[in-house]
Design a protein around this ligand. Structure first.
Ligand code: ADP
Ligand code: MG
Length: 335
């Protein structure tokens, strides 16, 4: 597969909607790159620009150092998995999977097609459905076939547009794990876009965080979580969400705001006293909401935690883990 680079990419729609502004990123050969951002951030547009489905205003797209910015979509050799299933309804699963291999340009022998289809069906656990029509599948099976149809070829890059977003939570989790295993097995180059933080952290080698058409940080999932460069990035990962509080609350001078992750708060002892607003037992952890000087702070504690509403509660914070931000919501780095 290929290394894919975007250089200074700009894209506007109808001459006024700035969808992408100065996108720079490199997806290494064999890398699982996830673009993470909310709806409207420019995720789909980025994929469509790489596939050649949108005309860009300026900038370059490179595959293995070769500039393909002006190449036709058909000659770019990319596989696209769309957000909505896009199967041929009257075809069987087998024919849907075989379709990308049947292009006249390729002229693969039937035997080879069969081998590839069966291999991919096995990876995606749909071998027993090969004879079914696409319309006879459940939503999860359809999306497996859609992913399989992309993976059956070895293009320059797989482009995946929130392929799991229409599935229920359980299935999404299962397919997420399977997709990561398949990518590792195939050593595939994937650009996967999502607004789902769990997908980003479990799938990605590298995450690019998108905000209003701009990439605001690129890093490993750990780097993005531990070392975000702004409040916006700090809020992309973490559940329950990071606490963003005024710096003055903990007497941190020259710090407009701080970010404090719920797991970095210790309950029971400590110099700070608040009141319990609510507790939520999630099984392996309990999330306790505390009112501290009229600020709501979420703390997460391993296991269960007994307390009643309005009860006084003491707590401490792990100061080494406090993230400091300036007035512009950008990170203040300690020297
Ligand atoms: P995402 O996939 O992250 O939700 P998109 O790439 O679809 O974001 O959209 C980025 C921005 O471009 C949004 O403001 C969206 O409204 C706009 N946009 C996307 N497609 C079109 C289009 N075909 N015509 C006009 N505006 C569009
Ligand atoms: Mg989209």
């Amino acid at each position: 597969m290929a290394k894919v680079e975007l250089k200074k990419l700009f894209k506007t729609y109808n001459k006024k909607i700035k969808a992408l502004e100065d996108i720079n990123l490199t997806i290494e050969d064999g890398q699982f790159f996830v673009l993470l951002g909310p709806s409207g951030a420019g995720k789909t547009t980025t994929l469509r620009c790489i596939a050649g489905l949108e005309k860009i205003d300026s900038g370059d797209v490179l595959f293995d150092d070769e500039n393909i910015t002006h190449d036709q979509p058909a000659s770019r050799d990319v596989s696209f998995v769309f957000q909505q299933y896009s199967l041929y309804p009257h075809y069987t699963v087998y024919e849907n999977l075989a379709f990308p291999l049947r292009s006249p340009m390729r002229k693969l022998p039937e035997e080879e097609i069969k081998n590839k289809v069966e291999k991919i069906a096995e990876m995606l656990k749909i071998s027993n459905k090969l004879k079914n029509k696409a319309t006879e599948l459940s939503g999860g099976e359809m999306q497996r076939v859609a992913i399989g149809r992309a993976l059956v070829r070895e293009p320059n890059i797989y482009l995946m547009d929130e392929p799991l977003s229409s599935l229920d939570a359980k299935l999404r989790e299962t397919l997420r794990v399977e997709l990561k295993n398949i990518q590792l097995n195939l050593n595939a180059t994937i650009l996967y876009v999502t607004h789902d933080q769990a997908e980003a952290t479990t799938l990605a080698d590298k995450i690019g965080v998108l905000k209003e058409g701009k990439i605001v940080q690129i890093g490993t999932p750990e780097e993005i979580y531990e070392n975000p460069n702004s409040i916006y990035v700090s809020q992309r990962l973490g559940s329950p969400k990071i606490n963003i509080l005024p710096g003055s609350l903990f007497k941190l001078n020259n710090t407009a705001k701080i970010g404090l992750r719920p797991e970095n708060i210790e309950l029971g002892n400590g110099p700070y006293e608040g009141k319990v607003i609510s507790t939520e037992n999630l099984g392996s952890e309990t999330v306790v909401a505390i009112n501290f000087q009229d600020n709501e702070i979420l703390a997460s504690i391993q296991g269960s935690y007994k307390s009643s509403i309005n009860e006084k509660i003491n707590f401490d914070i792990n100061t080494n883990k406090v993230l400091k931000f300036d007035k512009g919501d950008q990170r203040i780095y300690e020297r």
